[in-house]
Every structure is written in C-alpha cells, then in structure tokens.
Design a protein around this ligand. Structure first.
Ligand SMILES: [Zn+2]
Length: 311
C-alpha cells in the first residue's frame, strides 16, 4: 500500500513538472484569471473592472434570452475551465441553476445580485420567493453590484488589487453620470405620457428608478405564458389611456406585442411600435448598443422618441 502511495506521489510530482497536477480551481499565477460571465450585461460589468488583467468569456450573445437559455456542451467546457463564474442570479438564468449548484462546490461561482438588500428587490406578486431579476435597469442598483465583483477579483488575484479598485471607482463614476442623464431625459417626457409597455416585464426597476408606469405583456420571465385575458386587459388599458406607443424587445418575439397593436386597431385606436428596446441582452459587440452604457442610452433615446410621438 505504502509503495502504491509512493508511486502516485511520484507520478503527481513528475506530471506537476510538465503540467499542473492539481484541478482547474487552483489559480496559476502565470496566466490571467479565466472568468466566465453569463449575460452580456454581467460580462460588460466584469470587463470594466477586470479589463486586460482577466480573460473573459461571455456565454450569451446579442439577442439571446437568458430565461430560456440552456448551457451547451461548449459552455460546460468553458465553465469547468474557469477560475471564477459570475452570473446575474435571482433565477434570471433559470435553466442553468443546477449547473451553478454543482460548480459552486468546486470553484468560485458568484451571483452578482447577492448582496443587494432584499428590500431593494421588486417582488413578483405571483411568486413571492422569486424577485424580479432585471436589476440592471436601475443603474444605481446595478452599480451596487460592483463591490461584489471587485471583492471576488481581489480575493483571487490580490496582486492586482489597486488596478481593479481604480477601475471599479472609474466605472462607478461613469454609471453615476449615466444615471443622472437618464433622469434628465425621462423628465423631458410629459408626466401623463410616462407609460412604458413592453413584451415582457423587464422594465419594472427602470420604471421605479426613473418614474415611469410600466406594463409587460408577459410576466417577469419569458417562460410565463400570457393569456387572452391579459391581452384584453392590456388593449383596454392602452385604448383608455390613449397610449401612442408600445415597444418590442430584441430578445423576445415581436408576435405578442403585434397582437396588442392589432387588438387596439380593432377598437379604433392607433398605437405605434415605438421601437426596439434592449432588455435581456445588449447589442452586437463593437456597436454602440454593445456596451451596457450604450444599451441604456439607446433604450432611453428610443423611449423618449416613442413616448413624445403622442397624438
Ligand atoms: Zn427578462
């Protein structure tokens, strides 16, 4: 028995010379941190703090719906190779929960929403235990997740603490400017026209933070079905309030919102599609909407233009 252990020790020692004998969760200081993020918004946030000191992979690209997304074989490989995994949490990545549960036993897996005070989360009246996950639409709240990411990066890579801390401070300032800009833009819309109707309930945090009434055709997950009753209620609401524009989303099918436009038309009310909003995914990499800041700016411009269309 002792001989066998000696042999194993020797093999391990020899292979350690060629290649690390330890598992992938041990950090090798000679290479940058391997970081995997789920949605493009989470990846953008992490990128702004880690910059070129980390090697970052984002699993979900433009137009991808995180509520329905399932990890591919390629994703599992990336996740297994990562030093850190950041995800939104609050069940946004509803189909990946089991994967994260397994991985967090062997490596650093961080839901960035962890740490947000419970009373700042918007509750879904139908599912008390499942708060609304679309936290990135309240810029202040989103900025509040930076310390969670920063703490994790510093813990795994303390040599770069000053660099990460400086990046985090800079990005917090950028987000704070963005927050002020959004408030100013929304205030330019007459109060009674501040009503945002979209395909699914992604904008409740946005509405709360910036003072818009928000209605989504589907619930807070695109997994939920919308019924005939919901459709009739929403059509009546739009007609009664004389709402001029509704919005589609890049990561959700247009079909449902088109049925609302048609329902209003049948009641003699003309409602326009005010444009495409980025809800659960950012725009193409390299485009203006391909960063979180660009995505928010594009959305706000579309909302202001659409709601100012009024009759
Ligand atoms: Zn969503």
């Amino acid at each position: 028995m002792g001989k066998i252990i000696k042999h194993i020790g020797l093999i391990c020692f020899l292979s350690a010379l060629l290649q690390s004998c330890s598992s992938s969760d041990t950090f090798d200081e000679s290479r940058p941190l391997q970081v995997v993020a789920t949605t493009s918004m989470v990846a953008d946030l992490v990128k702004n703090i880690g910059k070129d000191s980390i090697q970052l992979t984002s699993l979900m690209g433009p137009g991808v719906d995180p509520h329905l997304y399932k990890a591919t074989q390629g994703d599992l490989k990336q996740l297994r190779a990562a030093d850190i995994i950041f995800y939104n949490g609050l069940h946004l990545e509803g189909k990946m929960g089991e994967v994260f549960e397994k991985l967090e036993r062997i490596k650093t897996v961080v839901p960035i929403a962890r740490g947000i005070a419970k009373d700042r989360l918007i509750k879904d009246p139908e599912y008390e235990d499942a708060p609304d996950p679309h936290i990135w639409f309240d810029i202040e709240l989103w900025s509040g997740t930076i310390d969670n990411i920063l703490g994790t990066l510093v813990e795994m890579d303390p040599d770069n603490e000053l660099y990460y801390t400086k990046n985090a401070q800079d990005y917090k300032s950028q987000l704070s400017e963005l927050d002020i800009w959004v408030k100013q833009q929304i205030q330019s819309i007459p109060v009674d026209q501040r009503i945002l109707i979209t395909a699914h309930d992604a904008f409740s945090y946005f509405g709360r933070a910036y003072g818009l009434e928000v209605k989504g055709l589907q619930g807070i997950s695109t997994l939920s079905e919308f019924g005939l009753r919901d459709r009739v209620d929403l059509v009546n609401f739009i007609v009664e309030r004389g709402i001029a524009a509704v919005f589609v989303e890049t990561s959700v099918s247009e079909k449902n919102i088109n049925s609302i436009v048609e329902g209003c038309r049948q009641k003699g009310h003309r409602v326009y599609i005010g444009g495409n909003l980025y809800s659960d995914a950012m725009g193409a990499e390299g485009s203006f909407q391909g960063t979180y800041v660009g995505m928010v700016r594009a959305n706000v411009n579309t909302i202001v233009r659409g709601l100012m269309l009024i009759q």
